[in-house]
Design a binder for this molecule. Sequence first.
Ligand code: GLU
Ligand code: ZN
Length: 471
Amino acid sequence: MNSSPRVRFAPSPTGYFHVGGARTALYNWLIARKSGGKFILRIEDTDEARNGEEWVDGIISALSWLGIDWDEGPYRQSERSELYSKAVNRLIEERKAYWCDCKREEIDVRAKERGGPPGYDGHCRNLNKPKSPGSALRFAISRPGSTTVNDVVRGEVVFDHANLEDFIIVKSNGSPLFVLANVVDDINMKITHILRAEEHLPTTPKAILLFKALGVEELPVFAHVPVLVNAKRQKLSKRRDRVAVEDYRDLGYLAPAMVNYLALLGWSPGDDREFLTLDELIELFDLEKVNHSPAFFDEQKMQHFNGVYIRNLSDEEFVNYCYPFLEKCDWWTASDDQLYVFRAISPLVKERVSLLGEVPVMVEFLFTEDLRLPEDLVEQVLRKDAKAASILADIRSIYETIAQFSHDELNQATRNYCESIDTPLRKVQAPIRVALTGSKVGPPLFESIELLGRETTLNRLEKALQLINSR
Ligand code: GLU
Ligand code: ZN
């Protein structure tokens, strides 16, 4: 059976697509791609109150961006209610489910009187009640008994039926419960491996009981992957942590870097390799090696990964990846001049960023007519340093005389000047950089000056001098 797995990713579209969801999707996808199986996308949209069409779009665009493609689907549970009704009828006919019209308060009162754990006591189980407005359908769990989940990641987990109530499978408003639709679809889609978030483990015995009640003899393989936690070991949450895949895309992560990093959250190839291509992930991924302890989602480490992936891009690829980020800037016109300048500086920028979103900030000085120097830098680098004014004045006169405004000439002239005043290069570079770029960091200085050109350079030096002297 397992020679050709059929796996599924079954998100509920109730919010931003979470990095944990992306990791679950990825693991399923790797299983399918590794073995010539099928990866099915199923949107679990039966909860009308919480669903949103925008979330469906978000899931689909994030999966596409990550490169996780599906062989079947997207199926939508909201379009499959007939299947669920059929299964429900079968369970009723076979007396594996029964109608219950107990009110919440009645259930609670009886539980109190009983003294034991709260929950439904099976009151209506043998009363053979007809369906009535307001009644819910409950699954009759065999008692006494127990159900064992054989989980690839967590081992054998035994659930005593004494701790499971006869759970609802159809709500009083007629809609099927999550677990019912989920199992009916898994049966119908012939799913062989159910790999999903750990939070679903408590529901799994119920799922198994439903599989069996619906006549399935060979259960799918279950694997519950560990939760993602933050640096404080708290479960990642959208209130505390950045969790939306979309946000990472907008910050300037490269999809392959993110996929690589996500793959390592709970799994490793068994040696200390960390940088793995998609093909290597497909080849090496092994469900048996997925770890059960919580996985630390380390944004800094992912960013480091991203920097490595960015540096591995060709210059041309890097430029293409940067365009969408430049297009968001009001100073970007994509004129031939701008394209020329950006292409010229980009190989140097590529070495210095770990997010594509850092690129516009780093190159803006090359494209803005009037550069505004941040007040704190003016104070700290230009005014506080007693030498800054004379350095800028000297450099201005020196640069004025340079015939060929190339980075080599600029470099040489600046070094000569440093020697003449017996000052290290970095001391001289600091005020020049602030005066010309409005920042303390950026691409290499002389290449930047060459691209700025003589006129802009001399003007900016002059302006900085005026700023220093204006106080
Ligand atoms: N719809 C469920 C969720 O989004 C997933 C259920 C499953 O994978 O079995 O959490
Ligand atoms: Zn009842």
